[in-house]
Design a protein around this ligand. Structure first.
Ligand code: S3P
Length: 166
């Protein structure tokens, strides 16, 4: 099985992926990190030098490379739902899509001052994006885990319970 974590920036995808990896002994692939490695620059630099469209193409190409992966946890970037083809690739080979659902207020508290996320520099625009994407995350999800007020171990436990009954 392949566990694919989706959700808005700051929803905890990467922290949950690593905690889950330790519990289940399954490796993690972080899509943003893979793209940074391939491009030789940070996400912020990719947006500044190449633009968002180029970044989205990189996401699509990476998802295509990952389609045959099995027994892995994939932590996605918050914008993968903007291109359905990415979700289609990630669902191949028994990919399960897990949406980590956090309120915008909670997300804002977590990452409101982070300058490394190009699409979270203007809070109002970020909130519009959040509202636009919410139905996409919901529709693509096999499972929705609400994370408001929950610790990482609690979220990990819920995921384990859902997929492994433990
Ligand atoms: C993005 C989310 C980021 C990163 C890029 C674009 C988005 O990942 O992929 O800045 O469009 O929501 P995180 O969700 O890990 O912050």
């Amino acid at each position: 099985m392949k566990l694919v974590l989706i959700g808005f920036m700051g929803s905890g995808k990467s922290c949950v992926a690593h905690a889950l990896s330790k519990e289940l002994h399954i490796p993690v692939i972080e899509m943003d990190k893979e793209i940074e490695k391939k491009a030789g620059k940070s996400i912020k630099e990719i947006f500044a030098h190449n633009g968002e469209t180029a970044f989205r193409h990189m996401e699509i190409a990476l998802a295509q490379d990952l389609r045959a992966k099995e027994h892995v946890i994939i932590s996605t970037g918050g914008g993968v739902v903007m291109n359905k083809i990415i979700i289609d690739y990630l669902k191949e080979h028994d990919g399960k899509i897990i949406f980590l659902d956090a309120s915008f207020d909670e997300i804002s508290r977590r990452i409101g001052n982070d300058t490394s996320r190009p699409l979270f520099q203007d809070k109002r625009l970020a909130q519009d994006l959040y509202e636009f994407r919410l139905p996409l995350y919901t529709n693509y999800a096999d499972v929705i885990i609400t994370t408001n007020g929950k610790s990482i171990p609690q979220v990990v436990q819920e995921i384990k319970q859902t997929f492994y009954n433990t």
